[in-house]
Design a protein around this ligand. Sequence first.
Ligand code: CU
Length: 107
Amino acid sequence: MVKLTRRQVLATSLAVPVLAASGARAATYQVTIQGFAFNPAAFKVAAGDTVIFINADGSSHTATAKDGAFDTGKIAPGQSVEVTIPAGSHDFVCSYHPSMTGNATAE
Ligand SMILES: [Cu+2]
């Protein structure tokens, strides 16, 4: 039987919280598209977080960043597409319906 020193025991007990902290760093958010609008239309996340765009409308939509940071492509009715938001302030629009606008800011 291997006897652990005090130092080894401490190293082992510290490993779990560090892994948990790094796993919690990236979060996932939901934006619902309904009534030809994004809800929420403007939101802030951390860089690298995931946003799922859910199309609850009867028409297809996109969420397309004007600066090219992300693009869901066509989201058919009842479908969802997830994208990763890079750092920066990104205005986005539905490429089919230019009146549908929003802003995703990641820091
Ligand atoms: Cu649209």
